[in-house]
Design a protein around this ligand. Structure first.
Ligand SMILES: [Zn+2]
Length: 233
């Protein structure tokens, strides 16, 4: 199972002192190397996984040749923000990963010359990302994606006619939700509750290692064929 980039050796050897001395460009390169270790730091489109891209000259972003989406080094991660400097994000990661106990948001805000609230949010995000990564890890190998719709109703009885009626009602109520499960065969499962199955694409992009075979249950993407839907246990 692949490691989340925050748990990688590259992230663990980040030095706060080195980071503080980095230029914006160097910081972005360092973040690239950690985030996209599989490609030696070459950008990978967070939308479609494409590795071919155009460089945008005026800003530090790339444009995916496959899906035309523009993305930066932090796109698709919880660190994505127009306001945060990549160097500050790296510093927060270093502080947290090096386990500098007692290193507070206040200290970080002083060291980076950023306001307290920003430092607090940054540390919180790192903590959240790492705990999620430790819980799940990235899925790899054979991964299945499955979705099931639920309305705000009690699980239907076995009677077929009754089920159809209830489903129609649930559909009209606007309270339908979809539970998407991304499951590694013989491995862990990540679930997400959302409004539509398109959200599953983002879930896969965020949690599945490159080169993974993703099997989608075709029928589950057709909301008009309830007989083929599967429910997530
Ligand atoms: Zn793309």
């Amino acid at each position: 199972m692949a490691q989340h980039f925050l748990l990688s050796p590259a992230a663990k050897t980040l030095s706060l002192v080195k980071i503080m001395r980095m230029s914006d460009d160097q910081a972005r390169k360092a973040f690239q190397a950690i985030r996209w270790a599989d490609t030696d730091g070459d950008p990978v489109c967070p939308e479609c996984g494409g590795v071919e891209h155009y460089n945008i000259k005026t800003r530090p972003v790339w444009k995916c040749k496959a899906c035309a989406k523009q993305f930066s080094v932090t796109s698709g991660t919880i660190f994505h923000s127009r306001k945060l400097a990549v160097r500050d994000i790296l510093a927060a990661i270093a502080v947290f990963i090096n386990g500098a106990k007692g290193y507070s948001a206040l200290q970080l805000s002083r060291d980076l010359s950023i306001d307290y609230k920003t430092a607090f949010v940054l540390l919180h995000k790192v903590r959240e990302a790492i705990s999620v990564a430790r819980d799940h890890g990235a899925l790899s190998g054979d991964v299945e994606v499955d979705g099931a719709y639920f309305g705000g109703y009690v699980k239907p009885a076995n009677e077929i006619q009754d089920r159809k009626d209830r489903r129609r009602k649930a559909h009209q109520s606007g309270k339908r939700q979809v539970v998407i499960a991304v499951r590694q065969r013989d491995g862990s499962t990540i679930t997400h509750v959302g409004q539509n199955e398109a959200e599953g694409v983002a879930l896969v992009a965020a949690n599945v290692q490159r080169g993974t075979t993703v099997h989608a249950d075709e029928a589950s993407h057709d909301r008009h064929s309830p007989s083929h839907r599967r429910e997530i246990p």
